[in-house]
Design a protein around this ligand. Structure first.
Ligand code: SF4
Length: 367
């Protein structure tokens, strides 16, 4: 039969130039990628590679490692070589680490314009060495380390100040014929951040890396990032994303992927459609939804599972899903593709849903 049409998106992607971060293309011709940053000491090569492996398994496309000192730079070759996903060296101040990262086989280097001023005169050489090695660059403007001159001009890190910094820095690389870079203009306030990216998107065709800096602990950071990224991605702005959480980096990847799935920018995988519960509920919906979610964690097939607390909206939603339960009277009606396949006692709902999900996944041939 005909392949299913792609699911709708809110807006076409903004056209950008294309760059490569190792094997991952970044730009409007490629799907929006998800990145995170390791929290291990970069000098701890095994620990860092272990964390990169966990991130890769969680669906991370690109990983960044901090490179604050010589010992970190010395660990880069082993990390870049053994990582399954492209490695970006995060460098704030020192050009010598930029050269070391390029030599180490890193896919890309992140530089911070607030500090690059100190090595303005080296942009030419950085451009040449990066171009020769096929290494791309991220110009990472950050509200917390904005150039002094711009802080004096604007008084604080306004969207205009962030964008002026980015555009100036981009021009330094472009003057030397180097175009393989993406830009970020991060701020901890989603409103300022969104405005900065909107302004930046009007100024050039650079691929953009989205991020809300210091977004906070998991709950707040997730909301801030989802709100800000959602606003931008819904306009087609953003080519790679990094959710920053004061939580393990694997959580950042889960949140990032969930944001993209929610906007149909990635195929949806497991989706639990559970009701909020209300006075009509005849079952503990929270615990039921939690148990089903936990039981199906890691399932890599597209599957909508409806968990409904009563028979009012229950059967309707359960029917729309691939699989579902509508509870009532101490029992659960189990639906598969709209048909009630069985009714089980409440105590057997979770295991039955998990069993059925596994069966559907097996039959789909994707599991
Ligand atoms: Fe309430 Fe039933 Fe709707 Fe759940 S499905 S919110 S229990 S009416």
């Amino acid at each position: 039969g005909m392949p299913a049409p792609p699911p709708p998106v809110l807006s076409p992607r903004r056209k950008t130039r294309q760059i490569k971060v190792g094997k991952v293309g970044v730009g409007s011709d490629h799907q929006v990628s998800v990145q995170s940053m390791t929290t291990t000491k970069t000098t701890d090569i095994n620990g860092t590679l272990q964390q990169i492996a966990e991130l890769t398994a969680a669906g991370c496309d690109i990983v960044r490692v901090a490179c604050p000192a010589t010992e970190d730079a010395e660990a880069l070759p082993a990390i870049a070589q053994k990582s399954q996903i492209p490695v970006i060296a995060d460098i704030h101040f020192q050009p010598k680490y930029v050269y070391k990262a390029i030599e180490a086989g890193c896919a890309a280097v992140r530089v911070n314009p607030g500090n690059i001023r100190k090595f303005d005169d080296q942009v030419k050489q950085i451009s040449k060495e990066a171009a020769d090695a096929g290494v791309s660059i991220r110009i990472g403007v950050n509200a917390g380390s904005l150039d002094k001159r711009l802080m004096e001009k604007y008084g604080k890190a306004t969207p205009e100040a962030l964008v002026e910094s980015a555009v100036w820095e981009a021009s330094l690389f472009e003057e030397h014929g180097f175009n393989d870079f993406k830009i970020s203009v991060k701020h901890n306030d989603p409103v300022i951040m969104v405005r900065a990216y909107e302004l930046l998107a009007e100024r050039g065709d650079w691929p953009l890396h989205l991020g809300v800096t210091e977004a906070g602990p998991a709950f707040q950071g997730t909301i801030k990032s989802a709100t800000a990224f959602g606003t931008l991605l819904s306009q087609g702005i953003g080519d790679t994303i990094r959710v920053s959480l004061s939580a393990p980096p694997v959580e950042e990847i889960k949140v990032g992927n969930q944001i993209l799935e929610s906007l149909n920018l990635r195929p949806r995988k497991l989706e639990i459609v559970s009701c909020p519960s209300c006075g009509r509920a005849q079952v503990d919906v929270y615990s039921l939804a939690d148990k089903v979610t936990a039981g199906l964690e890691g399932l890599e097939v597209p599957l909508r599972v409806a968990v409904m607390g009563c028979v009012v909206n229950g059967p309707g939603e359960a029917r729309e899903a691939d699989l579902g339960v509508a509870s009532g009277n101490g029992k659960g009606q189990i639906f598969v593709k709209g048909e009630v396949i069985k009714t089980v006692p409440e105590s057997a709902i979770v295991e039955t849903l998990i069993e059925e999900a596994m069966r559907i996944a097996d039959e789909s041939g994707l599991a």
